[in-house]
Design a protein around this ligand. Structure first.
Ligand SMILES: [Zn+2]
Length: 409
């Protein structure tokens, strides 16, 4: 399976981040998790065919998570889609879509199937196909919100080809029967049992999509042993009160879920617009759960890189979308080949992880503690800070209320 983040902003898109949407590619089909504005353009740019969308899972009905749906439906109509399209989401999703279809007089020539979940449900298997299932659980947000887990069923074990030819098994039908767990009889009367040539079943891959929620046990259940856990990290720890107030997670909350669930990889996204440099959030998450990555729009994440690499390739240059703040690209910068992190910026700002107590993260090293009086700035042990800060002394932080609207959803 391949996970491709299409939009990693929270409620407000920025010049480098789009509204929330994540695509999951599996065996040629695409499953979309939320569809923020621009989701269909990002699919194209990611090198994913919109016509391959099988099911759209919606976490909740805040507009930033569904504003891309109607445009996508219109495109399907222009593409003369015939295959039915399945939606899974909270109650009200059907009404929202049908109202838009009616109002804009879209002539949808393909069937729309809805699976709606109502507030108060505890657990549901919303999709059960031959090769995979999807389960849903309620999360803890300011409005009814659903988390999903996409899981492949166990795959049959690998066939030992050498042993098979030794035993004289040549027919496709014989292989098929053995893989299905049946005992076969060869022409000479020899009986071959499945375990003679077929190995143990291999566990399927799994992907959990958890966004717009505070920490909750349901999230841990959905993410248990997941290969890839995509979890929101709207805020840093310095804004944990704000996170709790708005029903969101901090990077540290996401790491807690990943740790308790023993996920294999945590990918954090859904960043508040205030974090122009989300590496602050990555640092915070990695302190608690090291195998954490920052979601990068259009950059695919593979459950099996050996087989999946090259299947999904972005049609745009990713560097252009991500390097807005850096004149020098970090791939060309002084850190090339070292950490892969872009060089830190020189100016102080909220993107540097300022804290409510007035402290901030230093350009090198960790948090430098609460803001102190200027008169005390010559205290012992502050050598490297006073040398490196120069003209950029700490300024008192004034609250920036204009951001409050950003995190409403
Ligand atoms: Zn959101």
């Amino acid at each position: 399976m391949i996970v491709v983040p299409l939009g990693i902003a929270s409620a407000t898109p920025t010049i480098t981040r789009h509204l929330p949407s994540v695509a999951l590619w599996r065996e040629g089909s695409i499953f979309l998790f939320d569809a923020g504005e621009n989701a269909q353009m990002r699919l194209l740019q990611a090198g994913l065919k919109r016509s391959k969308i099988d099911t759209i899972f919606i976490s909740h009905l805040d507009i930033d998570h569904i504003s891309g749906l109607v445009g996508l439906l219109a495109t399907f109509q222009l593409q003369r889609r015939e295959k039915s399209l399945r939606f899974v989401g909270p109650k009200g999703l059907k009404e929202y879509i049908e109202w838009h279809i009616q109002f804009s007089k879209l002539e949808v020539g393909y069937a729309l199937d809805f699976i709606e979940l109502d507030e108060g449900f505890e657990h549901a298997v919303v999709v059960d196909e031959e090769e995979y299932t999807v389960e849903a659980r309620p999360l803890k947000h300011s409005i009814f919100c659903i988390g999903y887990r996409f899981e492949e069923k166990d795959k049959p074990g690998k066939v030992d080809a050498d042993k098979a030819s030794e035993l004289g098994i040549t027919e496709d039908e014989q292989f098929k029967a053995l893989k299905a767990g049946e005992t076969i009889t060869l022409a000479d009367g020899t009986q071959v049992k499945p375990h003679d040539i077929v190995g143990h079943p291999r566990p399927g891959d799994s992907f959990a999509y958890i966004t717009d929620t505070e920490y909750c046990p349901e999230a841990v259940k959905l993410a248990t042993n997941a290969n890839i856990l995509y979890h929101e990290a709207t805020f840093g720890e310095n804004l944990e009160d704000k996170a709790a107030m708005n029903g969101h997670s901090t990077a540290s909350d996401a790491a807690r879920v990943a740790t308790e669930a023993q996920a294999k990889l945590l990918v954090i996204g859904h960043f508040s617009a205030r974090y122009t440099n989300p590496f602050v959030l990555l640092k915070e998450a990695r302190e608690k759960f090291f195998p954490t990555w920052l979601a990068t729009e259009l950059r695919p994440i593979f459950t099996d890189p050996a087989h999946e690499k090259g299947i999904v390739q972005a049609k745009v240059v990713l560097k252009e979308l991500n390097d807005k703040d850096d004149k020098k690209s970090y791939s060309k910068g002084p850190h090339k080949g070292k950490s892969g992190f872009r060089p830190r910026k020189k100016r102080m700002g909220e993107d540097r992880g300022q804290r409510l107590d007035g402290g901030s993260y230093r350009s090198r090293g960790g948090y430098d503690g609460p803001k102190r009086d200027d008169s005390r700035s010559d205290r012992g042990g502050s050598m490297d800070r006073s040398q490196s800060s120069g003209s950029r002394e700490h300024k008192p932080i004034t609250p920036r209320p204009r951001y409050d609207d950003y995190d409403r959803f």
